[in-house]
Design a protein around this ligand. Structure first.
Ligand code: UFG
Length: 320
């Protein structure tokens, strides 16, 4: 059985579905603070928190857990700047709690949801795993602290891990039954689609004076099902008794304006925009170098067309 933490969240729900489709039984742990019960459609659901050691122990006692996919975390860069302690606690301290319980029950396979935020301001593009690690916000720092700890832990024991550094997760499962819901929503694609759906008046572009061809920030948008597929590949990789860290991105970048244009194309709606000041902590360009995941995990993104990614997001959003 596989324990998936945070499976009520956007990425966790897709990972849970994929593991179920692959024939695995899953135990799903989520405190539902940011996750949604209706996104947990597979596996055995346990509502609870990672700080609850007693609960964790009871889960490991009751089920024969082979591996843990750990996606439960707080993931708002902006909030992390306002409330750093909350981020270090939830993302670092509670992960240590989970790892301690895993150790007690001899569970040695761990797949960790990391982020491109661990790199900080990029020195070169595309960003490979060897790039410097200088996160510029508590969110990225808290994830890097876990990565550092995992490295130490794996050196000293039979414990193995895969850390997946996601770039910009986007899109939704093609069934339309699960997708991206954040309250409040801060991510570009769902906000632009809300404008198309008449739920918002316009989209604010955060800065058009960046050193990019059209002046707006460039990001690497990777489909959430591709991210889910990498979790499965990572899980298989752990059978080699090795650990590894991998970037997950499409390997191509799109500017904010290009995303808006694609949304207009997919929805056949004109999307009003307004230019606002830059958002603090936004690097101009983030694009993943995917070579390592391709070579070692045999993983490659299958969604390589931004219109298809946005269409999948739209098909979900139109229903909610
Ligand atoms: N943007 C706007 N207007 C908006 C929202 C976003 O112009 O209303 C811009 C942002 O400035 C940025 C781009 O759109 O340039 C993408 O912004 P998102 O908020 O969608 O995503 P981020 O790149 O800020 O962050 C995401 C995840 C993080 C993760 C990071 C890794 O939210 O958790 O990708 O690259 F760490």
């Amino acid at each position: 059985m596989i324990l998936i933490t945070g499976a009520g969240g956007y990425i966790g729900a897709h990972v849970n579905k994929l593991m179920h489709d692959k024939g695995y039984q899953t135990i799903v742990l989520d405190n539902l603070i940011n996750g949604h019960k209706e996104m947990v459609k597979w596996g055995e659901f346990i509502e609870g928190d990672l700080k609850d050691t007693k609960l964790l122990k009871s889960v490991f006692e009751k089920y024969d857990i082979e591996a843990v996919m750990h996606l439960a975390a707080l993931a708002s860069v902006k909030e992390s700047v306002e409330f750093p302690q909350k981020y270090y606690k939830n993302n670092f301290q509670y992960t240590l709690n989970l790892l301690n319980v895993m150790e007690k029950f001899n569970v040695n396979k761990f797949i960790f949801s990391s982020t491109a935020s661990v790199y900080g301001e990029p020195e070169f593009i595309p960003i490979s795993e060897e790039h410097h690690l200088k996160p510029i916000n508590p969110y990225g720092k808290s994830k890097l602290m876990v990565e550092n700890f995992l490295l130490e832990k794996s050196k000293k024991s039979d414990f193995n891990y895969v850390a997946l550094r996601y770039f910009n997760a986007s899109g939704a499962d093609l069934s339309g039954e699960i997708g991206e819901i954040h309250v409040p929503e801060t991510h570009l694609i769902p906000i632009v689609l809300d404008v198309a759906l008449g739920k918002r008046e316009k989209i604010a572009i955060f800065g058009d004076d960046y050193p990019t061809p059209d002046g707006t920030c460039i990001r690497d948008y990777v489909h959430v099902n591709d991210i889910a597929a990498a979790h499965f590949k990572g899980f298989e990789f752990l059978d080699n008794n090795k650990s590894g860290i991998f970037n997950l991105g499409m390997g191509k970048g799109f500017s904010v304006k290009e995303i808006i244009e694609s949304c207009e194309k997919v929805t056949s709606c004109e999307i009003p925009t307004i230019v606002e000041d830059r958002r603090e902590g936004d690097p101009a360009i983030l694009i993943a170098d995917n070579k390592k995941a391709e070579k070692v995990l045999k993983w490659k993104s299958k969604f390589n067309n931004i219109d298809d990614i946005i269409e999948s997001a739209y098909n979900f959003q139109i229903k909610i």
